[in-house]
Design a protein around this ligand. Structure first.
Ligand code: SF4
Length: 226
């Protein structure tokens, strides 16, 4: 999962998945990846992009884990509290808050909340965070807004929402179930409307309606694909 998440940086799911599969087909163990010539690792992950940066990074991280723990295995993190595990992962060059939190939630089921580019954008548009807030700070601010049991599903649902509805360019506000909660959506949908009216209608933003509305959006998207 750690390597998969590093490969997913700055590329699409399809490309990172293809790079990961190629790497695993060529090398049967992480020890082999760690010990291989860097050019060979780079060649097999090229489809994931930035391979000249990612290959030496992956090898350095694998080497460091083996040097510190005696083997390339992160299972020991299972018994650690999330904050300690997060700080451990953040020590590695090339691992930022999103990567660390993705590893913790997807590999270890910890109740953390990774903020990716979609979630960051949606949170700003909804007015949950200020437009100048960076993704790391957004993660700190948003995590306590969401009940621990909802953090995994909220992460998945908001990414789905960002890909299909609240797109970076031309968001589909007219189809969005969050429109009546969203200042940015109202600004885009009712550009000539009195700003005070828009602000008043948009003042009900809390996490639970977002979760249920996102579920409706995801349900609708899923249904439309059936
Ligand atoms: S109303 Fe528009 S800007 Fe707001 S969350 Fe929905 S798609 Fe995004």
């Amino acid at each position: 999962m750690l390597v998969d998440t590093i490969l997913s940086q700055n590329t699409s799911n399809a490309n990172s998945g293809a790079g990961f599969r190629q790497l695993r087909r060529r090398f049967r163990t992480w020890n082999q990846v760690s010990d291989a010539p860097v050019q060979e690792v780079e060649r097999h992950i090229r489809v994931s992009g930035l391979s000249r940066i990612k290959a030496p990074r992956i090898q350095a991280i694998l080497n460091q884990i083996r040097a510190e723990r005696g083997k390339i295995d992160l299972q020991f993190l299972t018994d650690w509290p999330p904050q300690r595990a997060y700080e451990y992962l953040m020590r590695f060059k090339g691992i930022g808050p999103k990567t660390a939190n993705c590893v913790l939630v997807f590999s270890f089921g910890m109740k953390v909340f990774p903020v990716d580019t979609h979630i960051h954008r949606i949170a700003i548009r909804l007015g949950l965070i200020d437009s100048k807030t960076n993704a790391e700070r957004a993660c700190e601010l948003m995590t306590p807004m969401i009940a621990p049991k909802d953090r995994y599903s909220m992460h998945i649902l908001l990414i789905e929402h960002g890909r299909k509805i609240c797109r970076a360019i031309n968001p589909k506000c007219e189809d969005c179930v969050l429109l009546d909660l969203c200042p940015e959506g109202k600004r885009r949908s009712f550009p000539r409307c009195d700003p005070e009216f828009r602000a008043t209608v948009g003042s009900r933003v809390i996490a639970s309606p977002i979760i249920s509305n996102c579920r409706s959006t995801a349900d609708r998207s899923i249904r439309s694909e059936l």
